[in-house]
Design a protein around this ligand. Sequence first.
Ligand code: ATP
Length: 235
Amino acid sequence: MLRLENVSSGYGNILALKGISLDINAGEIITLIGANGAGKSTTLMTISGVVKTRTGKIFFKDREIQKAEPDDIVKSGLCQVPEGRHIFPMLTVQENLDMGAFLRNDKAEIKKDLDYVYSLFPILAQRRNQDGGTLSGGEQQMLALSRALMARPEVLLLDEPSMGLAPLIIKQIFEIIKQINKDNNTTIFLVEQNANQALQIADRAYVIENGKITLSGQASDLLTNEEVQKAYLGI
Ligand code: ATP
């Protein structure tokens, strides 16, 4: 579904990704874990076309996308929920969701997806006329996730959805991510510092250190891997 081959990218003189390769099959939940500054967000931004590649290729459904524009990439079925949520604070919950469906014109299907996201997050239905900026942190994360779902993506890129949230809300968000994957067979690429929770819901995982992939395997194996436990799970 999605494949990176020897991808390097960065900012000015900084090379943040130094030749990473990874592959994601349709319907999988894959997580990328790593410390602060390891290159997790840059990986997602590079896939989304916001940060341009310097070397390597990115294939989405067998099409090379490393030179495509971000809106073209979204249209083709790949949608990112950025770190820090970035919802529209002055727009209502409903208007934020409408923006998620901006590139679509299949009205009946949009209505179905709207009912679906409101069923996933009933709190958003209750607050549909409230401005996005007045929602709690957890509600804003739910809205950011829901807005991405309104684009009906085949692949969802999630950048640290647990950041800054209370443990109970984190648990709820991770459960919903799993449910989205199950309900729609949506492929999920999850970037997380919360390695423990991410590895619990993922099928496979990659570890990134200093812009390079240093380890990969079944998520269940990484959970019991001593190096991973020491470096990322605080065990
Ligand atoms: P975190 O978990 O802290 O968000 P991360 O693994 O997502 O970290 P990135 O945000 O991808 O890491 O950063 C990788 C490297 O690129 C870091 O050294 C960072 O300082 C640098 N970097 C990221 N964004 C920019 C930018 N806009 N301009 C310059 N350097 C950047």
